[in-house]
Design a protein around this ligand. Structure first.
Ligand code: URA
Length: 425
């Protein structure tokens, strides 16, 4: 067998060819160990976006990426270990709510999360807005925290699917995110390597998601469930709409504050409903319940009696963060110096509030990255004053822009407005 070259893989994919398992292993290992240059990987990624991948290629890429580093075995931890992953949305802070809810109701949640990608936010960036909190845990600390408090959310360790870390960062800045096989392989390689036996996937569709339609999201969900089952994991996928942002807050610290409110039982209804649904499915995936609705009373009780909030506090403190964030987020989290209203241009009912536009506005304010490795600004973002269906009068705020300057707020406001439709009805 001749050793593949990266040039031959790019050319083959460009011309609609397929790769075999050894070729994809060469690519994943070369991405992980730095022997393949970014420009060739980026060219290959674009060829995949344009040409696609077969089911067999997607499965081989997933395994190659998972095995480009070490694969954790968490079977010795107490309780069923469950992971949860979203395909990425705007204002999607569900992990920060679902994980303590699931942990407070008897599951062990050991989760490795990602950073923002394109216009979507990432759990790690959000968590890092809590002063002192570290997401860089060693495998030993990750295991210890999961065993001791039943809840840990950390960044991927350096040797967890390292090929995905390299490809993910390149995709973020080369327009190569929206590809079903790349998304499926990226997510499932990490989930398989992270070791949980049961996984719930929140697959988003709509204006703010990588999958534009419900059908496309279903196809992605089916691919990922099949990839997980091949690796002996119990995988459940939930499809959820992402046309307008989830909840009202978009931006790292702003989302942490909203997530804390939700865990206290004071969150927006769309966010709370989705979180309870996903936590219920985590019990089903873990084999602890037959029906997610049967878990609702226990989840509701964990919110009302404060046990979910205490789990969240325990996690924050164990990771070096200021636990007072769960009592008074505003006192602990960073604030933007300039907060400006975005007035409604005329009277009407809000018919569209495009999640992509709000996500792009948040990135423009500094909440996300435009270049590989760019630092995100924890304090900035957008807080929606209206949601789709609300009636609004001209001049009333549609949203509040949390910015570094008046100019930044004005520019972000224009981006949001391009995604707003107000109708007479
Ligand atoms: N989330 C991931 O982890 N990878 C993707 O490709 C998209 C969303």
């Amino acid at each position: 067998m001749t050793t593949p070259t990266m040039l031959s893989l790019i050319e083959s994919k460009r011309d609609g060819g397929t790769h075999d398992a050894p070729q994809l292993r060469f690519l994943a290992n070369g991405a992980a160990d730095g022997s393949l240059p970014d420009y060739q990987l980026a060219a290959w990624l674009m060829a995949v976006v344009c040409r696609g991948m077969t089911e067999a290629e997607t499965a081989d890429l997933t395994v190659a990426m998972a095995e480009s580093g070490s694969v954790l075995d968490l079977s010795a931890l107490p309780g069923p270990v469950v992971d949860k992953h979203s395909t990425g949305g705007v204002g999607d802070k569900t992990s920060l709510v679902v994980a303590p809810l699931a942990a407070a109701t008897g599951l062990t949640v050991a989760k490795m999360s990602g950073r923002g990608l394109g216009h979507t936010g990432g759990t790690l960036d959000k968590l890092e807005s809590i002063p002192g909190l570290s997401v860089d845990l060693s495998v030993a600390d990750f295991r210890r925290q999961a065993a001791e408090i039943g809840l840990v959310i950390a960044g991927q360790t350096d040797d967890l699917a390292p090929a995905d870390r390299v490809l993910y960062a390149l995709r973020d800045v080369t327009g190569t995110v929206p590809s079903l096989p790349l998304i499926a392989a990226s997510i499932m390689s990490k989930k398989i390597a992270a070791g949980a036996a049961a996984i719930v996937l929140d697959v988003k569709y709509g204006a703010g998601a990588f999958m534009p339609t419900r059908d496309a999201a279903r196809a992605l969900a089916e691919t990922m469930v099949a990839l997980g089952e091949r690796a002996d994991r119990r995988v459940v996928a939930v499809l959820s709409a992402m046309d307008e942002p989830l909840g009202r807050a978009v931006g790292n610290a702003l989302e942490v504050a909203e997530a804390v409110a939700c865990v206290r039982g004071e969150g927006p209804s769309d966010l709370t409903e989705l979180c309870v649904k996903i936590a219920g499915w985590m019990h089903v995936a873990a084999g602890k319940a037959q029906d997610p609705d049967a878990v609702r009373p226990a989840l509701q009780a964990a919110i009302t009696d404060g046990s979910a909030l205490e789990k969240l506090r325990a996690m924050v403190v164990a990771q070096g963060g200021d636990g007072a964030v769960v009592d008074d987020p505003a006192a602990v989290l960073p604030h933007a110096p300039h907060i400006a209203p975005l007035p409604a241009p005329h009277d009407g009912r809000l018919a569209r509030l495009d999640a992509r536009a709000v996500g792009d506005a948040a990135v423009a304010l500094g909440a996300g990255r435009r270049h590989k490795g760019e630092r995100v600004d924890a304090a900035v973002g957008v807080v929606l004053a209206a949601k789709v269906g609300d009636a609004i009068t001209r001049g009333e705020p549609l949203a509040w822009l949390h910015a570094r300057s008046a100019d930044a707020a004005e520019a972000a406001g224009r981006i949001v407005l391009a995604g707003v439709a107000l109708t007479a009805e």
